[in-house]
Design a protein around this ligand. Structure first.
Ligand code: EPZ
Length: 429
């Protein structure tokens, strides 16, 4: 189990570099299975989930050459099978994208029902509804999803729920289907647009990504491509909220400011100053934080992934703030841990009422999922005294070099290594 020690009370100042987007990379990597030529990817974040996905691709038979920490080359090869290994698939929900890519490449896929963050029920009914519409047969038995399709044929699919995963998976399958597919009520996240751009670079014909109607003309063959993954808007938002939380003057780049508009607007409402430049944002806060209400929505609304972080911020805003989580059931598992640090928060269904203004006090806490972990890290930066994050490995799933990045701008954040005796070794200083 990984632990992180945080000492609070330090302002953040300087410049922090943003990595490539986890949720774009995790959609693009399965798409590489379709390529019949060499694929070169850059700005790939070096995080646990990406390493897991790379192991899955290698297990399936893909040849991968690392050109650098964040650059990889993929060479087309005969696939060894259509069943990614259970022990790897279970580690993350993005493994479900192998259903769409293996169906497109081989016409069959056997994928264990995916795992991932515990954010309440995370069904895949929309994914399976779309695959069926494209002509695939879906069976679920013994915890395995078995998909087969003699031929994939384009269809007009109306998603009942705005789902990033279903939109990604159905784009992957429809890209190789015969004829036209129209995805209605599609998710509009920038990561969907990045995937569509990558697929089109390989020869796909996808129009409308980024809107709620995506039109896909299936093609028989995909070539190779070069592609640089977009910056991670959730990592950028994490650092923006952290700077507003502890005060300071932080430049965050490179980013695509358009992807951060909901966060910028909310931070200004909460009393932070945000300067937007073409490829970076600068966040400062000198005055008090202002209580604000927050509702999460699919893009371009305020992202659910930053709701836990915004909640941490609002614990320091004198007064009452109401947070409504509209995307996931049960995305409040970080609340109990925050309350152990002194936060005053009441949960009523999908609503959290934050009675802000009291200072947080450092405590040993447990990380329950990736973004809750980032929130606890920021809570530790704000709190008086020391906070130890237990099960910190969740954080490494989605944040590259998070301790180094925060330390480089003034935070006290250190990994705690446990000696064999069980005693915790602390970095000097
Ligand atoms: C993706 O998850 C992201 N993960 C999540 O980020 C992100 O929070 C989420 O989109 C929303 O933006 C990746 O991209 C790997 P959804 P996903 O399908 O695809 C319901 C992170 O920390 N739904 O858009 O699983 C679902 O239950 C992670 O980086 C169905 O009902 O999210 C949820 O309530 C956490 N049926 C809502 O839709 C389905 O078939 C949105 O889920 C699919 C989804």
């Amino acid at each position: 189990m990984e632990k992180i020690l945080v000492r609070g009370g330090k302002r953040l100042a300087g410049r922090v570099k943003i990595s490539g987007a986890k949720n774009a990379a995790l959609a693009i990597l399965p798409a590489v299975l379709l390529a019949s030529g060499k694929v070169s990817l850059s700005n790939i974040p070096d995080i646990t989930d990406v390493r897991t996905m790379l192991r899955i691709l290698e297990d399936l038979g893909m040849t991968i050459r690392r050109r650098g920490r964040n650059a990889l080359d993929f060479h087309p090869s005969r696939l060894r099978g259509h069943t990614p290994p259970y022990n790897l698939v279970q580690k993350m929900r993005a493994s479900s994208y192998l259903m769409g890519s293996l169906l497109a490449r081989l016409g069959k896929a056997t994928v264990p029902v995916p795992g991932g963050c515990d954010l309440g029920p995370r069904p895949i009914d929309q994914h399976l509804k779309g695959f069926t519409a494209l002509g695939a047969k879906c069976e679920i038995e013994h915890g395995l999803i078995k998909l087969t399709a003699k031929k994939l044929t384009g269809a007009h699919i109306y998603l009942d729920v705005v789902s990033v995963g279903a939109t990604v998976n159905l784009m992957l399958a429809a890209a190789a289907a015969e004829g036209r597919t129209i995805l209605e009520n599609a998710a509009k996240e920038p990561e969907i647009v990045d995937l569509a751009n990558f697929l089109n670079a390989m020869g796909a014909v996808i129009k409308g990504a980024g809107t709620d109607v995506i039109k896909i003309e299936g093609v028989k063959r995909f070539g190779g491509a070069e592609h640089a993954v977009i910056p991670d808007r959730i990592e950028a938002g994490t650092f923006m909220l952290a700077a507003a939380a502890v005060g300071g003057d932080l430049v965050i780049g490179e980013v695509i400011p358009k992807h951060l508009e909901a966060i910028t607007a909310k931070l200004k409402e909460m009393g932070a100053e945000v300067e937007v430049e073409p490829e970076q944002v600068r966040v400062r806060r000198t005055g008090p934080l202002i209580p604000s209400d927050l509702k999460t929505f699919p893009y371009p609304g305020f992202p659910t992934d930053l709701q836990p972080l915004a909640m941490v911020l609002l614990t320091a805003a004198e007064g009452t703030s109401v947070i409504t989580e509209n995307v996931f059931d049960g995305r409040f598992r970080h609340v109990d841990e925050l309350k152990r640090m002194g936060a005053q928060i009441k949960i009523e269904g999908r609503t959290a009422v934050v009675d802000g203004g009291g200072a947080l006090s450092g405590a040993p806490v447990t990380v329950t999922d990736l973004r809750a972990g980032a929130a606890m890290l920021v809570a530790g930066l704000m709190a008086r005294g020391e906070t130890v994050l237990n099960q910190a490995e969740h954080i490494y799933r989605g944040y590259e070099k998070i301790e180094e990045k925060l330390s480089s701008v003034g935070a006290y954040v250190k990994p705690l290594r446990e000696r064999s005796s069980g005693e915790v070794a602390r970095d000097p200083g």
